[in-house]
Design a binder for this molecule. Structure first.
Ligand code: KIV
Length: 272
């Protein structure tokens, strides 16, 4: 059976389910996944969204940034995650330079959806024209604002974004613009909690945060961070859920529970 037929037979969550969660005030849970086993385990535990993040370049491939990740790498890992997934909504990352032109963006996104089985693709930055073009072609888009890891060589270091008034104003405007351009989800990375709260309240689309405080509509973590197996420097916004659990499955259940109850992230894991 083809991967596509496999995916069709599953009753996965849809963008409508995520919108309904936002409307009901219930938090959305999201973890990164890069292979079939973790994908099955996370979706079976009840995680709403699996993100095949290009963070795989660092935690799986051992690079020191996400820049070397190719569209072929993303396709391969998206296929593995789609195969293992039981019920979650799957988002696949557009890697560095895979959206350099409108056409290239649409073709690469189509690859991740048609051959990878992704339900949506994620694009870093307020690339309004590219988002509009992809949406016109019927491609569901998740925008990603705040800290943009693919811009590390422009930024110089991984740091909190939107800290001063001008930067915060720009971020808010970018968030409004990506929604108006047709993005149906937004990920906010490493921004002050107050700004993320304001954006989440203004936007109609669900906003999922990482290092963006508790008031986003949902939370995403890199799975290796929340399982305590990322041996590099731990960012302030991560939490090792294995410290409270006797199995990976139970750690994921605790993550889901703490997110749904608004207990994670706490002030300790947020930027003011
Ligand atoms: O690649 C990734 O894992 C991501 C998350 C950090 C949001 O983009």
């Amino acid at each position: 059976m083809s991967l596509y037929a496999d995916v069709l037979q599953k009753k996965c969550k849809t963008i409508l389910d995520l919108q309904a969660l936002k409307q009901a005030g219930e938090k959305i849970t999201c973890l990164t996944a890069y292979d079939a086993t973790f994908s099955t385990l996370f979706s079976r535990a009840g995680v709403d969204v699996l993100l095949v993040g290009d963070s795989l370049g660092m935690v799986v491939q051992g690079h020191n940034s996400t820049l070397p990740v190719s569209i072929q790498d993303m396709l391969y890992h998206t296929q593995l995650v789609s195969r293992g997934n039981e019920e979650a909504f799957v988002i696949s990352d557009m890697p560095f330079m895979s959206a350099a032109s409108h056409l290239e963006a649409a073709k690469n996104a189509a690859l991740l959806i048609q051959q990878g089985g992704a339900h949506m693709v994620k694009l870093e930055g307020a690339r309004l024209d590219v988002i509009k073009f992809m949406v016109q072609q019927g491609i569901p888009v998740c925008a990603h604002l705040g800290l943009l890891p693919q811009s590390i060589n422009q930024l110089g270091r991984y740091s909190v974004q939107g800290k001063n008034e001008a930067a915060a104003k720009q971020l808010l405007q970018d968030a409004i613009d990506v929604e108006q351009s047709g993005a149906q989800l937004l990920i906010l990375e490493c921004i002050p909690a107050k700004l993320a709260k304001e954006i989440s309240q203004i936007l109609k689309i669900p906003v999922i945060g990482i290092g963006a405080g508790v008031d986003c509509d949902g939370q995403v973590l890199v799975a290796y961070d929340m399982l305590g197996i990322n041996l590099g420097k731990q960012a302030k916004f991560t939490k090792n859920f294995m410290l409270q659990a006797d199995s990976i499955f139970n750690a994921v259940l605790i993550f889901i529970n703490e997110v749904k109850q608004g207990k994670f992230p706490s002030l300790k894991e947020s930027y003011q």
